[in-house]
Design a protein around this ligand. Structure first.
Ligand code: GDP
Ligand code: IMO
Ligand code: MG
Length: 422
């Protein structure tokens, strides 16, 4: 039995649960950090002193100087965004060479994918998904249609260029003669090759070799399980498996992942369209948005806010085989007189025993709430569970009981130190 381990951090709601912060904290304990799915739709926030750093493609462990970071085969990567992120990291003094690698099997997101993403959204009118318009859906569509272009193809820029031009031609056949300068993108890509090519390796092989040598690996999930293409609120989802299945397929690592750390905000947020049973349209929703700084890390859009949904969380714990939980942003709830938790769903007067299949039904659900006492105290300085106000302790214990999964970490602020370990 190996003593080194493979762990994963997976969002159990609709994204933005605070994955970046925990990855940054736990990186200390791991040798290699790997992003497994999604693309620059993700925005993972960490802080260095007062400085806010948001990662879209690069793993959130990159500020730890001795650690290796990998963008896995399951990611779709927009290279101009990657260059921007590299420049930010360099300006912060992070060393890149020999520390960051990208899978030659990862697919490339081009600017025309972003244009198509926007066109699809506009054509859908009021029933649009509310995507981040980062080209994620169109890039994964090319992958699944087996016409996608992978990072490894950049090693032969001439044949890559031909394939790229052919894909632009096909996109124009499908979507009309949209405004886009393919030569400009191609020239730009050529200009960044000296920086990109040294990063491209067979990361799946690298990870297995590292594992064999006793290195421990942390998989950084992106998006959230309720945005998962299979298990989320389809069609209001992203285009990849944001749950544990994506962590395995998108890294090439074996399924023996332990711990599987599920991340849950102490309330719920969602950005973009789609059903959200516990959404609050009142002053409390506004309170959560303002106090929690609930504005998208990628698009700046205000996040929709609502009560903690234990029906969703119980199911996403099951789907992912979560072994422990990080409950984040408990500090944001301080000051509320009463706090509610949705413990069950009703549809047409009947109790549901699982999440409904259809979006329409999901949108018609009546959540059944349990109301709990709130607390007034600022908890940002609480270092231990016992320091928390009794009502906050009760809230945590209640959630733990409803989920049937131990809460191992509690977030009390944005900083790496703002974490209670149970
Ligand atoms: P991610 O996409 O899951 O990495 O999450 P985001 O970075 O998009 O959004 C989470 C936001 O909550 C970020 O601004 C974090 O700095 C912040 N955050 C994370 N944990 C906590 C916490 O425990 N308390 C507070 N107040 N903020 C937190
Ligand atoms: P992180 O990793 C929150 C949402 C979008 C939209 C839907 C589809 O930061 O938690 P897409 O651009 O992927 O086609 O959009 O999914 N979405 C996210 N919401 N956090 C994310 O990532 C998200 N990634 C995608 O808002 O509703
Ligand atoms: Mg985010």
């Amino acid at each position: 039995m190996r003593s080194n381990k493979i762990a994963a951090i997976i969002g159990l709601q609709w994204g933005d649960e605070g994955k970046g912060k925990l990855v940054d904290i736990l990186t200390e304990k791991y040798d290699v950090i790997v992003r497994s799915t999604g693309g620059a739709n993700a925005g993972h926030t960490i802080y260095r002193e007062a400085k806010k750093i948001v990662f879209h493609l690069i793993p959130s462990g990159m500020m730890h100087k001795d650690k290796i970071c990998i963008i896995g085969n399951g990611v779709v990567a927009h290279l101009p965004t990657l260059i921007e992120e590299l420049n930010t990291l360099k300006s912060l003094g992070a060393k890149i060479a020999g520390r960051l690698f990208i899978s030659d099997r990862a697919h490339i997101v081009f600017d025309f994918h972003k244009i198509i993403d926007g066109m699809q959204e506009e054509k859908k009118g009021g029933s649009n998904v509310g995507t981040t318009r980062r080209g994620i859906g169109p890039a994964y569509t090319d992958k699944i249609s087996r016409i996608g272009i992978r990072m490894g193809e950049l090693r032969n820029f001439e044949s890559f260029s031909k394939r790229f031009m052919e894909n632009v031609r096909m996109a124009r056949v499908m979507y009309g003669n949209f405004e886009y300068d393919e030569n400009h993108e191609l020239n730009y890509l050529k200009s960044i090759m000296p920086e990109i090519l040294p990063l491209i390796i067979n990361t799946e092989h690298y990870l297995h070799e590292a594992y064999k040598k006793g290195k421990s690996i942390l998989i950084e999930g992106a998006n959230g399980t309720m945005l998962d293409i299979d298990h989320g609120t389809y069609p209001f989802v992203t285009s990849s498996n944001a749950s544990i299945g994506g962590a395995i397929a998108g890294s090439g690592l074996p399924a023996q992942i332990n711990p599987v750390i599920g991340i849950l905000k102490a309330y719920t947020t969602r950005v973009g369209g789609g059903p959200f049973p516990t959404e609050l349209h009142d002053e409390t929703g506004k309170y959560l948005r303002e106090k929690g700084g609930e504005f998208g890390s990628t698009t700046g859009r205000p996040r929709r806010c609502g009560w903690f949904d234990a029906v969703v969380a119980r199911w996403t714990c099951v789907i992912n085989g979560a072994t422990e939980i990080n409950l984040t942003k408990l500090d944001v709830l301080s000051g509320l007189k009463k706090i509610r938790i949705a413990t069950a769903y009703e549809l047409d007067g009947k109790k549901l025993d699982s999440l409904p299949y259809s979006t329409e039904d999901f949108a018609r659900i009546t959540p059944i709430y349990e109301e709990m006492e709130g607390w007034d105290e600022d908890i940002s300085k609480c270092a231990h569970f016992k320091d928390l106000p009794p009502a906050a302790q009760k809230y945590i214990k209640k959630i733990e009981k409803l989920l049937g999964c131990p809460i191992k970490y509690i977030g009390t602020g944005t900083g790496a130190k703002d974490l209670i370990k149970m």
